[in-house]
Design a protein around this ligand. Structure first.
Ligand code: FAD
Length: 475
């Protein structure tokens, strides 16, 4: 969009160097040595699963057996608490995917289901219609997506192997750890010690040499957009454009302009020091592994910032997946540690000085100008600064009748307004703030019990609160 021509040239060079890197990584995907730990064979029959990452893995299999390759994506009228803001970001990103796959002779199918029970059946219909010999699915630790994979496993004929690839974690979730981890402290070394094995270059996806007989390549994107049955009053965001290209542009700008400040200023909501990559990460429009490989090239220049970015993007993010994967109650107070449940229960009846409804919170009508400003940032921009998200969720615990209600409202508002919402990081962020997961007990106080407390004065010590309030206009 609005960048100068010199920035455009830099971006072009950057994209070109990524492309070159990909080509140098391996001359042919067929020769590329895949790490089989990235794949789980879900069907009972043993499959020829000797290798890697979702689509690349699927292409490698197709090449090996000289078969065509198809990609499908399942859409629903509404996914969790999404609004048109998230639905369109996803759809526009898929439009770009479709165009790229067309160049590579890989047909893309957008499979619309009326409800979540139909999803697996629609995939099975595609398998039947095209005589598909193997299905490779992407991994998600969230219940709804896992239920689809379980449904598919049930109904897929037993002679069709079903494989799952963790394409968004650098160290696959089930390899990083085989159990629920207590916190960053206990998983950090498990992940970092495996980066040598998994933080590798990507082979290129190639033009597929076994094309399909016939495929209707055009998708009516306007019609697809009309199918969403979501709230259309939450507007689409403009600062982040969907798709791979825009995500890579943001990565490039981050490294050039913001990375230098990441280590020291990332907790200051007035400084533009964050990567802002979470929208593209969340929708899988850019690969986190690609971002880390690129950010790592700045290590000699900004060592501390690079380390801090890897800690957030790898350790913290993969810890969130660990929590959701191994704890089915990842969205309930019941999923918290015993000490946290006990302390919240001990303080359940404490008097709340302020009690707000979900509507009052959604429309920034509290007595706290900082909180209201953060909520305005979330509603208007679709992304609240990371530091304020903690303060925001903790105040919801303080100002609602019970921890259960606080968690429900925090998740609802997060998933409704945040462009990166409905993500393992969101469940973990809210659970960390409200019921202390991955945290420890602190000095006991009203309402919070031993859950870590945050207050307005603490924020004033960290950054210029009036300046933030003036920027967003919270009253
Ligand atoms: P950067 O600081 O540039 O970090 C880069 C990446 O590292 C992020 O995109 C993210 O993938 C990861 N990361 C950063 N901080 C964390 C963290 N605390 N935990 C796990 N991973 C992290 N993140 C979401 O992606 N979706 C959410 O819905 C979400 N909801 C949150 C709700 C609450 C109450 C809290 C406290 C945190 C939440 N987070 C969520 C985590 C974090 O705040 C965001 O990932 C971050 O602000 C995204 O902005 P960025 O990409 O510019 O981050």
């Amino acid at each position: 969009g609005e960048s100068s021509s010199s920035t455009n040239k830099e971006l072009k060079d950057f994209l070109h160097s990524v492309e070159k890197n990909r080509k140098e990584a391996a001359t042919s995907i067929a020769d590329f040595k895949f790490n089989k730990n990235r794949v789980r064979v879900l069907s009972k029959e043993e499959a020829v699963a000797d290798d890697n990452w979702a689509l690349l893995y699927a292409q490698k299999l197709a090449l090996k057996f000289k078969l065509s390759l198809r990609v499908c994506f399942c859409t629903l009228p509404k996914y969790m608490d999404s609004t048109i803001r998230q639905s369109m970001f996803m759809l526009r990103g898929l439009e770009e995917v479709n165009a790229e796959l067309k160049q590579l002779d890989i047909p893309f199918h957008l499979l619309y289901s009326n409800n979540k029970e139909e999803v697996a059946q629609n995939v099975l219909n595609l398998v039947d219609d095209h005589d598909v010999g193997c299905v490779v699915v992407d991994f998600s630790p969230l219940k709804i997506a896992r239920a689809w994979v379980d449904d598919l496993k049930e109904i897929l004929p037993k002679d069709i192997p079903l494989c799952e690839v963790d394409a968004h974690n650098i160290v696959p979730c089930w390899v990083a750890s085989d159990k629920l981890e207590y916190g960053a402290r206990t998983i950090r070394n498990k992940i970092n010690s495996k980066l040598g094995e998994f933080l590798t270059k990507f082979p290129p996806l190639i033009q597929h040499p076994y094309p399909v007989d016939k495929h209707s390549w055009s998708i009516n994107w306007e019609d697809e957009a009309k199918k969403f049955e979501v709230d259309r009053t939450v507007e689409e965001i403009t600062w982040a454009q969907p798709g791979y290209q825009a995500g890579m542009k943001t990565l490039h700008e981050f490294c050039e302009k913001r990375l230098r400040n990441f280590a020291t200023k990332r907790n200051n909501p007035l400084v533009n020091a964050l990567s802002n990559l979470s929208p593209w990460y969340h929708f899988g429009q850019i690969s986190i592994q690609r971002c880390i490989l690129h950010v790592n090239t700045f290590k000699s220049k900004y060592n501390e910032s690079v380390n801090a970015f890897c800690e957030e993007s790898i350790v913290r993010r993969e810890l969130a997946d660990n929590f959701c994967f191994y704890n089915a109650k990842y969205d309930k107070i019941d999923g918290a540690y015993d000490w946290a449940k006990k302390t919240l229960n001990d303080h359940k009846k404490d008097k709340r000085t302020y009690v707000y409804s979900c509507d009052e919170l959604a429309s920034s009508k509290t007595h706290d100008d900082l909180w209201n400003s953060a909520q305005i940032q979330l509603v208007k921009e679709g992304k609240m600064h990371g530091f304020l998200r903690m303060y925001w969720a903790k105040k919801i615990l303080e100002w609602t009748p019970s921890p259960e209600e606080a968690l429900r409202i925090a998740l609802y508002l997060n998933d409704r307004f945040s462009i990166d919402g409905r993500d393992p990081n969101g469940f973990v962020g809210c659970m960390w703030s409200i019921c202390g997961i991955h945290d420890q007990g602190w000095r006991e106080r009203e309402i919070f019990g031993k859950i870590r407390f945050m207050n307005y004065d603490g924020c004033k010590r960290k950054f210029d609160v009036p300046a933030f309030v003036a920027r967003y206009g919270g009253k």
